[in-house]
Design a protein around this ligand. Structure first.
Ligand code: HEM
Length: 506
């Protein structure tokens, strides 16, 4: 009877069912624990099986692997990894990664499009959008890139040079004003701003307003911060990738507007003043044999890919260019001597391509500065199939393979006195530096090598040249000056403190 059963203590305290559920919970607990242990053991087995004899940790930290190290990378940590072997292994969030530090393996990865393709950093597809041209591979990539090469012809560079020259002067004069109190200034953020404004004006001219350059410049830092080798996997609010995506949306909206305005300006018969104009004009040229229609969005994505590829690398290259010149007064004196000579002592004379052609020493300084402190030390690739990279090792399909450039660029056999800035090594055609061009990997190698080598070196050259004639600068050395911080690219930890003052005219 229900009433009697319900009053029975044996039923109100259902001991047998409690026992049953306790043992059920225990079974559940033991089963879950057993599955977890099995999964963790499997994780280690998979790692060891992929790593085989390569140098690297014998065990991987469960689940996260070396995530903590990838959040705060250090040059010392990377160098330890590179020096541990020509190929070495790590794992982050179960992504198996093979680092390649020798010239031979680094070049092999970048020149094996059938086995590996660039994956940039983990967040790149979310930030750049998956349909950005930089993710194309094979013939599609070659064809698209062929069209974009037209944006870096000598004629186009001539247009960009004028823009770079005037913006650089304007910004350097601002730096001088900011440093008028004689106190050293960290040039890291001013350099990033100089570079962003230069890029946006070269790419979009006056097709974006000043407030857009300011907004993109301010927000771009959120994108830089998301450029970690491997990010937290979900782009949820509060994560770096989420913030970077919001910043990209703002930038793309302005860039689409610029593309639209450029098309209108060119249709009205105006002269090209920026990269977008040059592009629109090429597409309208009856002699142009390639594809003619690009939507505003597509053009904006290309410009955004250029911003993405250039902002951190160029800022790093510029900052170390300044630091190197300040640290090597003899080299700075030679740069100045060349400047005064080619400019005929007229320091206000706008720079032209013909003038740059007569400045071999300046070019050698830029090349050497980028070698000593390469802004991009490595470029992550992903294997699309098992990649027999060495006689005794095959990188499994779906792994990250990361060619690193640092050891190639600091190979003492090719670059004697490799940590010292020696521009002269580039002036002797028979030098080991010039006879081993394969070691100079500052701009990568293979089908995805930097599309803008001339552009990038020209921009750094213009900035250093102009600074050398309009200002005196002295490096205020701090304990952090020669320590490197890695925020996507390399920077001096103290942001490069310079004491700047106007230089008397010759
Ligand atoms: C000092 C400055 C720069 C350095 C050190 C640098 C370095 C590099 C490197 C190492 C790569 C990857 C190469 C590879 O995977 O083999 C690359 C690719 C690229 N760079 Fe640069 N870069 C610089 C400036 C620029 C600038 C100013 C732009 C644009 C105006 C640019 C646009 C690109 C693009 C679009 C790619 C991808 C090319 C492709 O996938 O076909 N870079 N760069």
């Amino acid at each position: 009877m229900p009433s009697s059963t319900s009053s029975s203590p044996a039923y109100t305290i259902p001991i047998p069912s409690l026992l049953a559920s306790a043992s059920g919970a225990a079974v559940w607990l033991y089963t879950t624990a057993a599955i977890l242990v099995a999964l963790l053991a499997l994780e280690q087995w998979v790692y060891k099986n992929k790593k085989r004899h390569l140098p690297g940790d014998a065990w991987t930290i469960p689940i996260i692997g070396k995530f903590a190290d990838s959040l705060k990378p250090t040059m010392e940590g990377y160098m330890k990894q590179w020096d541990s072997g020509a190929l070495s292994a790590i794992s982050v969030f179960n992504i198996f990664i093979v680092m390649a530090s020798s010239n031979q393996y680094a070049r092999k990865i970048m020149n094996s499009p059938n086995h590996a393709e660039p994956c940039l950093v983990y967040s790149a597809k979310q930030v750049l959008l998956p349909d950005n041209w930089v993710f194309l591979t094979g013939k599609e990539h070659v064809d698209y890139r062929r069209g974009l090469n037209q944006l870096f012809t000598r004629k186009a560079l001539g247009i960009y040079l004028g823009v770079m020259d005037s913006i650089t002067r304007e910004h350097l004069n601002r730096w001088l004003k900011a440093g008028a109190d004689g106190k050293p200034q960290a040039i890291m953020y001013p350099t990033r701003e100089l570079n962003m404004v230069t890029s946006l004006r070269v790419f979009c001219g006056t097709h974006i307003p000043d407030e857009a350059t300011k907004e993109i410049s301010d927000k771009y830092w959120l994108i830089t911060l998301a450029l970690e080798l491997v990010n937290f996997p979900l782009a949820i609010p509060g994560t770096k990738v989420y913030r970077a995506i919001q910043a990209r949306k703002v930038a793309l909206a302005w860039l689409e507007l610029a593309a639209r305005k450029s098309k209108i300006a060119m249709a009205e018969g105006n002269e090209p003043e920026c990269m977008l104009d040059e592009w629109v004009q090429i597409l309208a040229d009856p002699a142009w044999k390639g594809r003619r229609e690009y939507s505003d969005h597509e053009m904006a994505m290309v410009v955004f890919s250029f911003l993405f590829a250039s902002q951190d690398a160029m800022s790093s290259g510029l900052i170390y260019g300044f630091q190197h010149l300040a640290d090597y007064p003899d080299i700075l004196a030679k740069v100045r001597e060349e400047q005064y000579r080619v400019r005929g002592n007229d320091i206000d004379k706008p720079m032209t391509l013909e003038m740059l052609d007569e400045m071999p020493y300046l070019k050698a300084v830029v090349k050497e500065s980028l070698r000593v402190k390469p802004p991009v030390t490595m470029v992550p690739y992903k294997t699309t199939k098992a990649f027999p990279i060495a006689d005794d090792y095959t990188v499994p399909s779906g792994s990250m393979v990361i060619p690193s450039f640092y050891n190639s660029l600091h190979d003492p056999e090719v670059y004697p006195d490799h940590d010292t800035l020696v521009p002269e090594r580039w002036l002797d055609p028979k030098s080991s530096a010039n006879t081993n061009p394969k070691n100079y990997m500052v701009f990568g190698s293979g089908p995805h090598h930097c599309i803008a080598i001339e552009y990038a070196t020209m921009n750094i050259a213009v900035a250093l040249a102009t600074a050398s004639v309009i200002m005196d600068f002295e490096h205020a050395i701090t304990p952090q000056s020669y320590k490197v911080q890695i925020i996507a690219t390399l920077f001096p930890q103290d942001g490069c403190m310079l004491k700047m003052s106007p230089r008397p005219r010759p």
